[in-house]
Design a protein around this ligand. Structure first.
Ligand code: ATP
Length: 251
């Protein structure tokens, strides 16, 4: 039990969720390492949503609203941290959720499916092995996606994804929205829009932004997406991180 007075309460609470998810078989051991890497970058942006992240969230919301067939990919980390909010986001967007795991086992898929259903998810893709198809440009099981989910999607939201798979999705012609605290990762650089922020803060923000932008016309939404430049936004995120190091330097 973590004491609420602890200065690192929020961060420790998330770490607890990750450890619990690992113990219950939702998360692979490598998922804990990925979380630790994320924590380090979160420190550098001050563990808060920056204006740079808000700009990416706005464009991501617009792209998701313009999609004909949006799919939200979910893995062990996302389930451990924001399963309920992902289900809420899928509802406001009328999007499908696909369980898409780097370390896929039938037990892990079942455990994640159960949690999503408990939170009211309707359309969950990626639960059946016979629905899986292989993407080109990526070898073995890591390139598998659901035929009715990501394979047919035009816009895919991928939280905490690995670089090879992001690249393969982009090559397949998908508009990829990545969530990644590391602006230097291959995923961040390859995606169409990357939101450099913690997934726990992003998903609630994304839900509000989608609800707000729903009133806009397709032309207005297209303008928002066209005005977004991923490389420039990543550069801005890096500047935020470098500034936080410089501030420390002047202490
Ligand atoms: P790439 O292959 O894209 O270069 P990688 O090898 O780092 O990246 P993974 O190990 O799959 O790929 O990493 C997942 C990413 O998720 C990490 O870059 C990490 O910073 C990020 N991450 C971890 N936890 C969170 C979180 N809570 N919110 C947002 N991003 C996170």
């Amino acid at each position: 039990m973590i004491n609420k007075d602890h200065p690192r309460y929020e961060s420790l609470k998330l770490r607890d969720k990750i450890v619990e998810a690992y113990k219950s078989g939702i998360l692979a051991d490598a998922g804990m390492i990925a979380h630790g890497r994320g924590e380090a970058f979160d420190y550098l942006i001050g563990e808060k949503t920056t204006q740079t992240s808000l700009n990416a969230i706005e464009s991501a919301a617009a792209a998701l609203l313009l999609a004909n067939n949006p799919v939200i990919s979910i893995n062990g980390n996302a389930t451990a941290l924001v399963a309920e909010k992902i289900v809420d986001l899928a509802h406001v967007l009328n999007a499908k959720i696909e369980i898409n795991l780097f370390y896929r086992t039938p037990q892990r898929v079942k455990a994640i499916e159960k949690i999503l259903k408990e939170h009211g998810a309707h359309e969950i893709m990626g639960t059946e092995d016979n629905d899986q198809v292989q993407m080109e440009d990526i070898s073995s099981h890591r390139g598998k996606v659901s035929h009715e989910g990501i394979y047919k999607a035009d816009v895919v939201l991928v939280p905490l994804e690995d670089g090879d798979r992001t690249e393969a999705l982009v090559k397949e012609g998908k508009f990829v929205i990545a969530i990644d605290l590391n602006p230097l990762s291959r995923t961040s650089k390859t995606a169409s829009i990357t939101i450099v922020d913690n997934i726990t803060r992003i998903i609630p923000c994304l839900i509000s932004e989608v609800s707000f932008l729903k009133k806009k016309s397709p032309d207005e939404l297209k303008k928002i997406v066209c005005n977004f430049n991923n490389a420039r936004n990543l550069e801005e995120s890096l500047k935020v991180m470098l500034n936080s190091i410089k501030e420390f330097d002047s202490l």
